[in-house]
Ligand binder design. Structure first.
Ligand SMILES: C[S@@+](CC[C@H](N)C(=O)[O-])C[C@H]1O[C@@H](n2cnc3c(N)ncnc32)[C@H](O)[C@@H]1O
Length: 240
C-alpha cells in the first residue's frame, strides 16, 4: 500500500480535472481515492476479490458513502467472469517461446553482493563468519558459500606470490573470517572487494603488507590507503 500523497502528486502532474486515471493493480484503491479527491475519474483492476470491501470503504462506496457532504460520485464494480482459456494450448500456438538461457546461481546470496544500499537493515550490524575454500592468488579467494572476494588495496608481488599464498594458507586454514566493505571501491570481474579479518580481528590485508608479502595497489582510492602505504614504507628495511 502506498500513501495517498504519491498518486496525488502524480495525478496532479499528469492529468487535468475530468481526466481518467487507470490503476491496473488497485490493491486497497489508493490511486482511485487520490483521483476522486482531485475530481478525476478512475478505473482500477484488482485480481484479489478480498480487497473489494477495503476499496469500498476507502472510496466511501455504498453504505460508506452516507457521510459524503458535497460530491456524489458514481461507482461501478464489475466482476469479470473467469475466461475459459487453456493457457498451455495457447502458449503452444505462439510463434516462439522464450526460454531464459541464463541460469541463476542460487548458491550466491544476493545479500552478500550489495553495494551502498542495504537489502536488510541488519546486514551491516551483524558480523557474519565465513571460511575460505580456495586461495586463487594472494589477493583473490573463494569462500565456502562460493562468494569470490578480492582483498582491497593489495597487489601481487610476483616474486613473493608463492610465499604470500603459503602465509595465507597458514593463517586461514580452518579459521573463521569476516568481511568489511568499502563504499569507495566498486566490484570488478565478479569479485567482491573486501577487507578480510580473522575472527580474532587480525586484519589480513594489512598483515600481508606488513609482512612484505604483497604491494599496496595505488591505482585506486580506498579507505585504508594511507595506512597501508605507511605499513609498506616501514617494511622497506625488512625488504632490504
Ligand atoms: C502492491 S498492491 C497495490 C497497492 C495499492 N497501490 C494500494 O495503495 O493499496 C498490488 C495489487 O495488484 C494486484 N494484482 C496483482 N496481479 C494482478 C493482475 N494481474 N490483475 C489485477 N490485479 C493484480 C494484487 O492483488 C495487489 O493487490
Amino acid at each position: 500500500m502506498f500513501p495517498v500523497e504519491l498518486p496525488r502528486r502524480l495525478i496532479k502532474m499528469f492529468t487535468f480535472v475530468g481526466d481518467t486515471v487507470l490503476d491496473p493493480f488497485l490493491g486497497s484503491g489508493t490511486t482511485s481515492l487520490a483521483a476522486l479527491e482531485l475530481d478525476r475519474n478512475s478505473v482500477g483492476f484488482e485480481i484479489n476479490p478480498e480487497f473489494l470491501p477495503f476499496i469500498e470503504q476507502k472510496l466511501g462506496m455504498g453504505k460508506h458513502g452516507e457521510q459524503r457532504l458535497f460530491s456524489q460520485p458514481e461507482f461501478k464494480t464489475i466482476k469479470q467472469k473467469l475466461p475459459n482459456i487453456d493457457f498451455e494450448k495457447e502458449i503452444k500456438k505462439l510463434p516462439y517461446i522464450f526460454k531464459d538461457p541464463v541460469k541463476l546461481d542460487k548458491k550466491v546470496d544476493p545479500k552478500q553482493l550489495q553495494f551502498g544500499s542495504k537489502i536488510d537493515k541488519n546486514s551491516e550490524k551483524r558480523e557474519e563468519y565465513y571460511t575460505v575454500k580456495e586461495i586463487i592468488s594472494p589477493e583473490m579467494m573463494v569462500l565456502k558459500n562460493d562468494l569470490k572476494i578480492k582483498l582491497i588495496g593489495i597487489k601481487v608481488d610476483t616474486r613473493k606470490r608463492e610465499k604470500a599464498i603459503g602465509y595465507l594458507e597458514q593463517k586461514l586454514t580452518g579459521q573463521q573470517v569476516f568481511l568489511k566493505y568499502d563504499d569507495a571501491v566498486k566490484k570488478a570481474d565478479g569479485y567482491k572487494p573486501v577487507y578480510l579479518y580473522l575472527r580474532n580481528k587480525t586484519f589480513i590485508n594489512a598483515h600481508l603488507i606488513k609482512e612484505n608479502l604483497v604491494l599496496v595497489d595505488e591505482s585506486y582510492e580506498f579507505k585504508h590507503r594511507d595506512r597501508f602505504l605507511k605499513y609498506q614504507g616501514s617494511s622497506v628495511s625488512s625488504r632490504k
